[in-house]
Design a protein around this ligand. Structure first.
Ligand SMILES: NC(=O)c1ccc[n+]([C@@H]2O[C@H](COP(=O)([O-])OP(=O)(O)OC[C@H]3O[C@@H](n4cnc5c(N)ncnc54)[C@H](O)[C@@H]3O)[C@@H](O)[C@H]2O)c1
Length: 331
């Protein structure tokens, strides 16, 4: 057992957005490490909340169906928590364009309510915030390091950047230890598969499993960096355990660029079903498409000692296997 794993035994941990994709994978791992986990999730429609995600840990996790914007609930729920993973958010890129006020409300006000609840009731807790690589916008240099300019292309990324800054302000001013991750496209088991409005890689997998056409926008040559969810969970745990990580922002990704067409072809090969086809960008997608992105992870490697372990082939294989087995729970 590596030392960081001891850190979570008997710890009281709050996971906001814990019924969603990343939050449920993280909660399962925390429970396995002996943590006492409370999940806060409002099961917002069209996002990833799904009770099946936590079926295996249902008897060991406390679930509170509330909204992070509800200050009365949050005042109560943060009390006594030693670590808070803040993953509740409006993450649907298409809804973010159609209803940006909602993004502002959930991602910014929700984060501020949580921080205020901590300031008033539990200044000793630690906060780990899940931000996005979208905060950078279009890449000026590649790979993208933490000092790259932040010019978000959509409101989802603007509100994430603002929320990140709020966590850092509370770290500096109110001495609530906070650390922020800018996470690349992540894929794997327990992601919503109901629609294609976010989570492109998982959507490709659904298409392949259903033996349908995987629609690849444009010429498919745009580059992205795809991270397997178990590696992201490992990252959250390592960052939490490292005192030097607080007050910092870290990129999280693989550093390995993969084009969308290459990705789609690999999925077809691994699934043994589906086929690829090029299609025009929708207007909505075109407007917020930042172009090539892959991550410079040298800072997190150096300061936290984290790097991903699952290669793309292995991650895709595990993901296809999971959804073949549990398809009826997701679509
Ligand atoms: N998955 C990725 O590729 C990725 C990449 C970068 C950043 N992130 C960040 O990680 C976090 C989790 O993303 P995910 O992929 O697990 O999404 P998800 O949709 O699977 O999970 C989000 C969860 O938050 C809950 N939620 C939303 N608004 C809420 C509110 N007001 N109160 C309480 N709960 C609320 C939803 O019900 C859902 O269960 C988000 O903050 C997202 O921005 C994810």
């Amino acid at each position: 057992m590596t030392p960081y794993e001891e850190v979570f035994r008997e710890r009281r941990v709050l996971v906001t957005g814990g019924l969603g994709f990343v939050g449920s994978n993280l909660s399962a791992r925390l429970i396995a490490l002996g943590a006492k986990v409370t999940i806060v999730d409002n099961m917002m429609p069209r996002l990833g909340g799904n009770l099946f995600n936590v079926k295996e840990i249902a008897d060991r996790v406390h679930i509170n169906f509330t909204d992070v914007r509800d200050s009365h609930s949050m005042d109560y729920l943060v009390k006594g928590q030693e670590i808070i993973f803040h993953l509740a958010g409006q993450v649907n890129h298409v809804d973010s364009i159609r209803n940006p006020i909602q993004d502002l409300d959930i991602n910014c006000r929700g984060t501020l309510v949580l921080l205020e609840s901590c300031r008033k009731n539990n200044q000793g807790t630690k906060i780990i915030f899940a931000g996005t690589r979208g905060e950078y916008g279009s890449s000026v240099t590649l790979p993208v390091g933490e000092d790259h300019p932040t010019n978000p292309k959509g409101i989802y990324a603007v509100t994430n950047l603002s929320a990140e800054k709020m966590v850092l302000v509370y770290h500096d001013v109110h001495k609530i230890p906070g650390t922020c991750l800018r996470i690349t496209n992540t894929y794997g088991p327990r992601h919503q598969m109901a629609h294609d409005e976010y989570g492109v890689l998982n959507w490709f997998i659904r298409k392949a499993i259903d033996n349908e056409v995987i629609p690849v926008f444009g010429d498919g040559r745009i580059l992205r960096d795809f991270l397997y969810v178990d590696d992201l969970v490992d990252c959250f745990l390592r960052v939490t355990a490292r005192d030097q990580a607080y007050g910092e922002v870290f990129n999280v990704g693989t550093g390995i660029p993969v084009s969308f067409i290459d990705l789609a072809k690999r999925i077809v090969k691994i699934a043994g079903t589906g086929k690829t086809a090029f299609t025009e960008f929708t207007q909505e997608r075109k407007e917020v498409e930042p172009g090539d992105y892959y991550t410079d992870i040298s800072k997190i490697k150096r300061m936290v000692g984290w790097e991903p372990k699952t290669d793309l082939e292995e991650g895709l294989r595990r993901t296809v296997e999971f959804y073949r087995k549990y398809k009826k729970e997701y679509w």
